[in-house]
Design a protein around this ligand. Sequence first.
Ligand code: NAP
Length: 352
Amino acid sequence: MTTATLEPTTAALNAPATTTMRAIVQQRYGHAEVLTPAIEPIPTPAPGEVLVRVMAAGLDRGVWHMVAGKPYLMRVMGFGLRRPKTRIPGMDLAGVVQAVGSGVTRFKAGDEVLGTAIGAGAFAEFAKLKEAQLVHKPANLSFEQAAALPVSALAALKAVRDVAKVQAGQQVLVIGAGGGVGSYAVQIAKALGATVTGVASTGKLRHVLALGADHVIDYTRQDFADDGPRFDVIIDIAGNRTLRHLRSALKPRGTLVIAGGENAGNWFGGMDRQIRAMLLSAFTRQKLTSFVSIVNLPALKEIARLAEDGVVTPVVDRTFTLEQTPEAFAYLESAKACGKIVITPSTVPQQG
Ligand SMILES: NC(=O)c1ccc[n+]([C@@H]2O[C@H](COP(=O)([O-])OP(=O)(O)OC[C@H]3O[C@@H](n4cnc5c(N)ncnc54)[C@H](OP(=O)(O)O)[C@@H]3O)[C@@H](O)[C@H]2O)c1
């Protein structure tokens, strides 16, 4: 990041008048208390990069992991051993293109975009991303909805369509159906023609039904495995249930896809359960598997098209101002949100 004013030669057609911006920064790993407001230099787009005025930024579990530095394995893998390498958190964003670096061909100042990147620094008034990390925002989505789309919807698409290969007529169980990934998983499984049962806590059952689920199970009152093996597919997004428990609800040739789950250990964050599932899969007729969702341009284009076609509709539970980011973070930790939480760094777009 530099403090230089944007140069007209880098197509700064709509350059901000100042060189600084409001942002949220973190100097160390932790929880809401490490997120503090600051004035930071506006990034300058290098060749192939796009500067976006951030209208809305998504907050999800992936961002939580990066702020908290957990599981610790992440720190070893390059996110920063003692403190985060990226000072400004936030990945998913939607906003208005302010300037483009040389060589950028798909965007111009004034375009409405959405996108995501690890280290994008979306919790700020401006963020710069590579051209390939952005797509045009579907006109039918608000900025808030668009920012709630990328990471969670792509994880759900990968789990339900690409890994589980859900077919019309199948019985699909979505565990964690009321959350960020789960809300999309329910919609995608329904769009593929499955009969969907969503597992959630009492307060989210109505939300899950509104997403299109055929049945809901309140896990605080009932065990989804009570009636024996009846699901062709289980998408496991929350709860860290044992493989034995999950398999007892799965048909003999059924497919279990583990997306993740919180509070499963500081070092590996539950990845050990996912690895055990994949190893065990070789010895059973059930398919037990997991995945890591990789965001690339074709995937971003596809999820934007699905939103444009109304196949998925992002559900935003609450929005918070930039300065309220610590509150948003605490709200995420409370797991009360139905769908997604969004932060709104800018209120007025600067159109070209
Ligand atoms: N593999 C990948 O590439 C990938 C990609 C994205 C996310 N993930 C992972 O997916 C997980 C979920 O992410 P998210 O963004 O959807 O989180 P989220 O928005 O916090 O949603 C999780 C949901 O699970 C519910 N839940 C909690 N305990 C439960 C239990 N015992 N049984 C059933 N539901 C329970 C929570 O609400 P209620 O308890 O109130 O129902 C909440 O709605 C995270 O661990 C994340 O890291 C993985």
